[in-house]
Design a protein around this ligand. Structure first.
Ligand code: ZN
Ligand code: FE
Length: 255
């Protein structure tokens, strides 16, 4: 049975997610930006917290983890490669090795680039991928640690998931990402429709995540660096896709 997924705004513009298994009554959390909104969401539903899944070491994804573990007795899962800079792990995860979460298999994907050791969680049965600061709605994370070709490989890994997968990313950056995306592909009709939808949602204070992978493939400039239309739109016909990706990422950094 698919897990129930709750989107929790945290800090200024972060998202954490609760994954609840109705059958066993158990709950997992993806990333722990802060404690208060997570405790409040659990209390409102009468849920405990059994598992904390961490995507990468940045404070805005891990700061609440230790206190939540102490409060609820939750077990912390994170990348073995990042263990030296994560809270002490109860379960060290390796890329491409799946683990069981309340009876559902979770695939661990190496999506290094934003940081080295950043992982994403893919739950096929729940049709969900938790990508944090790798693939974001209309964007991708800034390259703090890895080179562009590493992030391009990571994004290609995510692009290979089933197109109906819902992408749960780590931040509400979508409106700013949309402004930038329009400078790369001003004539992309699907992008224009999506921007109108994003603006309407934000005007009502609604989250723009999760987003369908297919929609990202159609509109996210960082997933479109291999396409002839995009290469010619930015004057890079015939250039290798990883280099085109690097150029688009560079333009976003200066935007
Ligand atoms: Zn980050
Ligand atoms: Fe972040």
């Amino acid at each position: 049975m698919p897990l129930e997924i709750i989107t929790l705004p945290c800090l200024a513009d972060n998202y954490a997610y609760l994954l609840h298994d109705a059958k066993s009554g158990r709950t997992a959390l993806v990333d722990a930006p802060e404690v208060a909104p997570i405790k409040a969401a659990l209390a409102a539903r009468g849920w405990g917290l059994d598992v904390i899944l961490l995507t990468h070491h940045h404070y805005d994804h891990i700061d609440g983890a230790e206190e939540l573990r102490e409060t609820y007795g939750a077990k912390i899962y994170g990348a073995r490669a990042d263990a030296h800079r994560l809270p002490p792990l109860d379960h060290a995860l390796d890329p491409e090795v799946s683990f069981d979460l309340f009876g559902e298999q979770v695939a661990v994907l190496d999506v290094s680039g934003h940081t080295i050791g950043h992982i994403a969680f893919y739950l096929a049965e729940s049709n969900a991928a938790f990508t944090a600061d790798s693939l974001m709605a209309l964007g991708c994370g800034r390259l703090f640690e890895g080179p562009p070709d590493m992030m391009w490989r990571s994004l290609n890994r995510l692009m290979g998931l089933p197109p109906q997968t819902l992408i749960y990313s780590g931040h509400e950056y979508t409106q700013a990402n949309a402004r930038f995306a329009a400078t790369i592909e001003p004539d992309n009709a699907k992008l224009q429709l999506r921007i109108a939808d994003i603006d309407a949602k934000r005007a009502k204070g609604e989250a723009t995540v999760p987003a369908l992978l297919q929609l990202e493939l159609d509109t996210n400039p960082f997933l479109r660096a291999h396409l002839g239309d995009v290469k010619s739109a930015i004057g890079m016909e015939g250039i290798e896709s990883a280099e085109v990706f690097a150029e688009i990422r560079g333009r976003k950094d200066r935007f």
